[in-house]
Design a binder for this molecule. Structure first.
Ligand code: SAM
Length: 273
């Protein structure tokens, strides 16, 4: 029994999020692994209606990847597998990576529910090439994931890793929340974000230039948090450019033209060459 426990992944056994007494001091790029405890992952996935999410995103990513002629796609933040499943169903050759053991386990389970065997890998972006071999036509980092990196050096390291796993004509697609609007419009006028319907309420509980702490409230009144770095749009674009990517195009809520403060999400599309 003891031996079995030793073999079990402690990340999969953690049941509660565990922040410091002053949670706003928790600003480490490795924090995400303790934040995505299994109960949060399970609850999240139970409530997020994949069909509603697919409807709200439309075929944006599929069409973009098809237009770019991509086949081999690395989903570096696969989470519970939503985009990996969508992309596999659309015919792409997808590898599904995530640094969280709970997420990778859930993604694999969700793949099976859709009749698919996902090629899953547990890999942290900062050391992606330790676990990922070969090159890809596209790297996708979606669902406001890049925001989990709290240090600039880690952001640069991750982008360099994304760059290095792409073939010469490869493309990076990375999205983020519109933090400019959260930072500039202030705490009192913040938007309330409803993630695919009205079941999960996500709202910023604390905001400064170095931290956005989001509170997620579920219908059973259980509450979870995520500490994230508020990426300003032009800052992300600059980092992507400085990592060597070319021709960075930023969409707002899937549209090419938008008022800066309007979109909830920005999607950056950048070419390696
Ligand atoms: N893309 C999924 C979606 O849209 O549903 C998941 C989004 S979730 C907000 C962010 C994901 O990024 C989590 O699954 C988390 O484990 C992963 N993540 C955060 N930091 C990471 C890192 N340094 N390396 C690998 N994965 C990371």
């Amino acid at each position: 029994m003891q031996q079995l426990q030793d073999l079990q992944n402690p990340e999969l056994l953690a049941t509660a999020q565990d922040y410091s007494e002053d949670e706003t001091t928790d600003r480490d790029s490795g924090l995400y692994r303790a934040e995505y405890v299994m109960s949060f992952v399970e609850k999240w996935d139970e409530l997020i209606d994949w069909e509603a999410r697919a409807r709200s995103e439309g075929k944006f990513f599929i069409q973009m990847l098809q237009a770019l002629g991509a086949n081999r796609v690395l989903d570096v933040a696969c989470g519970t597998g939503f985009h990996s499943v969508q992309l596999m169903q659309a015919g792409f050759d997808v590898t599904s990576a995530d640094g969280s053991a709970a997420m990778v386990a859930k993604a694999f389970e969700n793949g099976k529910k859709h009749g698919l065997i996902l090629k899953t890998v547990q890999a942290d972006w900062r050391w992606l090439t330790r676990d990922i071999v070969g090159t890809y036509d596209a790297v996708v980092c979606l669902g406001n994931s890049f925001t989990h990196l709290h240090d600039e050096a880690d952001r640069r390291r991750a982008l360099a890793e994304f760059y290095s796993v792409l073939g010469p004509d490869g493309v990076l697609i990375l999205d983020q929340r519109n933090y400019d609007s959260i930072l500039d419009d202030g705490f009192s006028t913040q938007h309330k974000y409803y993630y695919c319907g009205e079941q999960v309420t996500a709202e910023p509980e604390y905001v400064d230039e170095g931290l956005t702490r989001f509170r997620y409230t579920f219908p059973d009144e259980s509450v979870y948090h995520l500490n994230m770095f508020p990426l300003r749009k032009n800052y992300t674009r600059r980092l992507i450019g400085e990592a060597g990517f070319q021709a960075i195009k930023t969409y707002g809520d899937f549209k090419e033209t938008y008022q800066e403060s309007d979109p909830d999400f920005f999607i950056h599309v950048a070419n390696k060459a």
